[in-house]
Design a protein around this ligand. Structure first.
Ligand code: PLP
Length: 374
């Protein structure tokens, strides 16, 4: 039987876009407004202040772009670098690969550091590049914190320690698309110069906001960076920030109210609790995969991701058939294997507004107990 058009709801377990909390949906269900009225700048001011908390920064400057993660990448690169600049970029899965493709198409000279899919960024290779770069020709290090295609989390703190050990001034540009608001992320402490995420991931909003945060060093670099940029130019935003009107062009009013509600929910739960919840869900998923007798695509425990698990299927099974079957038969959406691991893995997303079934069962039990006492 095919359940996809039947009763009930789809169970969304892809690693983004993720479930949207009802509170966010309700907050977004509203009319358009004049974004030049006093209300929207007042709302934006709170968002810009509060969004810093998800990056764990007090010194960073955030930008809310009407875009996706891909646009946020472009904003990070074009505002801080000039064509021909040498950058080191780690290739370890589909999303790091796509970012590298963008870096090359934007005209940067990219030293690609490859890892087999399932492995983390090769920091040994980075170290040898830094060691031999006494002239500081490397202008930026680009790294995806959490590679969503393979479920690999990289150690950003270790990258920072290497840069510091060699007193290397390269900018550290980090894709936090499937990590920020779910995994431990510390922009200031780890000396991240540009961090970015997309609204449809752990923030649990609809797609459409690319959130970029720039360190003071990145803002300084933007003053001399020569890459062509228009829509993603930080300068235009900064001009409007100064004027207190905030928007160089029309923002999505609904997404702004959604972001307000989404941030309120995160702060209500407490960011540290949100991270703990993701650790719990990630651990539980990995235990389930092991109990099924299947392998995690992530080779080393130190890289296990608490937002997505890529599950390796036996060679005689096409993983896309599992994904198709889950969708048709169980109304369950799982993530496909991408590119090199297409047909070999399926992905379980465990990020965003999610919890384990048990909590609900416990809550229900408590409700039943108190009802029976009445
Ligand atoms: N970076 C990572 C780690 C991702 O997982 C994705 C999308 O899944 C992207 C970047 C690209 O984001 P978008 O599809 O929002 O452009």
């Amino acid at each position: 039987m095919d359940y996809m058009n039947g009763p009930g709801r789809n169970h969304l377990f892809v690693p983004g876009p993720v479930n949207i909390p009802d509170q966010v949906i309700r907050a977004m269900s509203r009319q358009n407004e004049d974004y030049r009225s006093p209300a929207i700048p007042a709302l934006t001011k709170t968002l810009l202040e509060d969004v810093k908390k998800i990056f764990k920064t007090t010194t960073g400057t955030p930008f809310l772009f009407p875009t996706t993660g891909t646009g946020a990448w472009e904003s990070a690169l074009t505002n801080t670098l000039s064509p021909g600049d040498r950058i080191v970029s780690f290739s370890l899965g589909q999303f790091s690969l796509l970012w590298i493709d963008q870096q090359q198409r934007l005209g940067f000279s990219v030293d690609v550091v490859e890892s087999d899919w399932g492995y983390g960024a090769d920091l040994g290779a980075l170290e040898s590049k830094l060691r031999t770069d006494s002239q500081h020709t490397i202008k930026a290090i680009c790294i995806v914190h959490n590679e969503t295609a393979t479920g690999v989390t990289n150690d950003l703190h270790a990258v920072r320690k290497l840069l510091d050990a060699y007193r290397h001034p390269a900018l550290l540009l980090v894709d936090g698309v499937s990590s920020i608001c779910a995994l431990d992320f510390r922009m200031d402490e780890w000396g991240v110069d540009v961090a970015l995420t997309g609204s449809q991931k752990a923030l649990s909003l609809p797609t459409g906001l690319g959130i970029v945060c720039a360190s003071p060093k990145a803002l300084e670099a933007a003053k001399t960076a020569k890459s062509v940029r228009v829509f993603f130019d930080w300068k235009d935003y900064l001009k409007f920030y100064k004027m207190g009107t905030y928007w160089p062009y029309t923002p999505s009013i609904q997404l702004l109210y959604g972001l307000r509600a989404g941030l309120d929910l995160l702060f209500e739960e407490g960011l540290d609790n949100v991270i703990k919840r993701h650790t719990r869900l990630g651990t539980a998923t990995r235990l389930a995969v092991a109990a099924w007798g299947l392998k995690n695509c992530t080779a080393k425990e130190e890289n296990f991701s608490d937002t997505v698990t890529a599950v390796v299927v036996p060679p005689y099974i096409d993983s896309s058939e599992i994904v198709k079957h889950a969708w048709k038969r169980y109304n369950l959406s799982l993530g496909l294997g991408l590119n090199k691991v297409a047909g070999k893995v399926f992905r379980i997303g465990h990020l965003g507004h999610l919890n384990e079934v048990r909590t609900h069962a416990r809550r229900r039990r408590n409700c039943l107990r108190s009802a029976s006492r009445r």
